[in-house]
Design a protein around this ligand. Structure first.
Ligand code: SF4
Ligand code: SF4
Length: 345
C-alpha cells in the first residue's frame, strides 16, 4: 500500500543484513518454515554474498551486523568463512544461525569452531529441540556449542518447546556440557525456549513459550534487510516471509538492495505492521472485535500471514487505512526520531 505523496520520512537504514545463502539443510524438520532438506541445490554464490555485504555497507551507514542463516549456512563451507571475513574487515558484527550438525564429529567440531573464530565470527545461534533432534543429535549440538564458545564466540541456544511426549529440554539441561556453558554467564552463553510454529497438518500443538510474544509491533521491518537463496530481497526474515508475497521487495538482479529498501519506506502497510503489529491492525480494522481465527496464539508471523492472506481483512484494510494513517505516521516518525537520538554517532 504505497502513499508516496503523503509520506515524508528522513533517511533511515537497516542495522542488520541477513544473508540466507541456501535453503539446503542437513535436516528436514517436519515444520521447517522453508521446507529445507538435503536435496535443495539453489544457493547464492560467494560473489553474490560478498557483493551484497559490500553494497549494504556502502549504502547504509546504519548497518552494524551481518547474519548468516538458512537452511544450514555452514553447508556452504569455505564460502561462509570468507563471507564472515569480508564482513568483519568492514567492521561489521557477524552471527550465524545453525543446527550444529558439524558437532557430530569431535574433530570437525573443533576445526569448524576454530575457523569460525579465525574468520571473525562474533555470535553463534544453534537451534535444537524435538524435531531437530531427529536429524541432529543433542550430543552434536552441545559439542558444537561448547567448541564455539571455547573459541570466544558468544553462544545462544534456541530449544523448541517440548511436546507432551518429549523432554528434550530436560535432556539438554541435565548434560554436564550445558551446565559448564551456563556457568560461564550471560556475557558468553544464553538460551531460550521457542514456540514451534505450525507449517503443515502433521503439526501437534505444543502451546506457547513464555519467550514468544505473539502480539506485538514488528521490530524486524526496516531494521533488517534480507537476501534469499533465489536472489530475492525480503523486508524481513520472519518465519512466514516466504508465504507473504508482499515481503518480497526486490531482487539482486533488478532493483538491488538500496532501491528495494527505499521503496518499502513508502509502503504504509509495512509502517503500520512495524508500529502496531499484525494483530493490532486486525483489531483496528474490525473495530476491536476480529474473528478469533485471524489472531494466532503462537507467533506474530503467523498472524501476519493470516492478515495478508484473508481477502475480507485485506478489503477492510484498504477501506479503512486512511482513518488510522495520521496516528500511525505520527508514532512512526516519533519512534524514528527517538531511535536516531539514542543511536551512537
Ligand atoms: S534445521 Fe532449521 S533449516 Fe534445517 S530443516 Fe530444521 S528447521 Fe529447517
Ligand atoms: S510479523 Fe510479518 S513483517 Fe514482521 S517478521 Fe513476521 S512476517 Fe515479517
Amino acid at each position: 500500500m504505497a502513499n508516496s505523496t503523503q509520506i515524508s520520512i528522513e533517511k533511515q537504514g537497516p542495522a542488520t543484513l541477513t544473508i540466507l545463502p541456501t535453503y539446503r539443510c542437513t535436516a528436514a524438520c517436519e515444520q521447517c518454515c522453508f521446507g529445507s532438506n538435503p536435496d535443495i541445490r539453489e544457493r547464492l554464490t560467494l560473489e553474490e554474498i560478498v557483493d551484497s555485504i559490500k553494497t549494504a555497507h556502502r549504502n547504509f551507514s546504519s548497518l552494524r551486523h551481518v547474519v548468516f542463516s538458512g537452511g544450514e549456512c555452514v553447508m556452504i563451507g569455505d564460502d561462509l568463512f570468507e563471507s564472515i571475513r569480508v564482513a568483519t574487515e568492514l567492521g561489521l558484527g557477524t552471527r550465524i544461525v545453525s543446527n550444529g550438525y558439524w558437532g557430530a564429529s569431535k574433530n570437525k567440531s573443533a576445526i569448524t569452531a576454530k575457523r569460525l573464530r579465525e574468520s571473525g565470527l562474533k555470535e553463534i545461534n544453534i537451534s535444537t529441540g524435538r524435531d531437530h533432534a531427529k536429524f541432529v543429535s543433542i550430543d552434536a549440538v552441545l559439542n558444537a556449542m561448547t567448541d564455539a564458545v571455547s573459541q570466544g564466540i558468544f553462544g545462544f541456544l534456541t530449544v523448541e518447546k517440548d511436546a507432551e511426549d518429549s523432554a528434550v529440554f530436560n535432556e539438554i539441561t541435565a548434560d554436564p556440557r550445558f551446565a559448564a556453558l551456563n556457568a560461564l554467564g550471560e556475557s558468553r552463553f544464553r538460551y531460550q525456549i521457542n514456540t514451534w510454529m505450525k507449517f503443515n497438518e502433521q503439526h501437534k500443538d505444543r502451546g506457547t513459550s513464555a519467550s514468544t510474544k505473539p502480539n506485538s509491533p514488528c521490530s524486524q521491518l526496516f531494521s533488517n534487510l534480507v537476501v534469499t537463496p533465489h536472489k530475492n530481497i525480503s523486508a524481513c526474515c520472519g518465519l512466514t516471509h516466504e508465504h507473504i508475497p508482499e515481503m518480497r521487495i526486490g531482487s539482486l538482479d533488478t532493483n538491488g538492495l538500496a532501491a528495494a529498501y527505499e521503496a518499502q519506506t513508502k509502503d504504509f502497510m509495512k509502517i503500520w505492521i512495524h508500529v502496531d503489529g499484525p494483530d493490532g491492525i486486525i483489531k483496528k480494522v474490525y473495530g476491536g472485535n476480529p474473528p478469533p481465527e485471524l489472531i494466532s496464539n503462537d507467533h506474530m508471523c503467523d498472524t501476519c500471514a493470516r492478515l495478508h492472506k484473508c481477502d475480507q481483512t485485506r478489503s477492510l484494510v484498504r477501506e479503512r487505512y486512511q482513518e488510522f494513517y495520521p496516528d500511525v505516521m505520527f508514532r512512526y516518525e516519533m519512534k524514528n526520531l527517538l531511535d536516531r537520538i539514542s543511536q551512537p554517532n
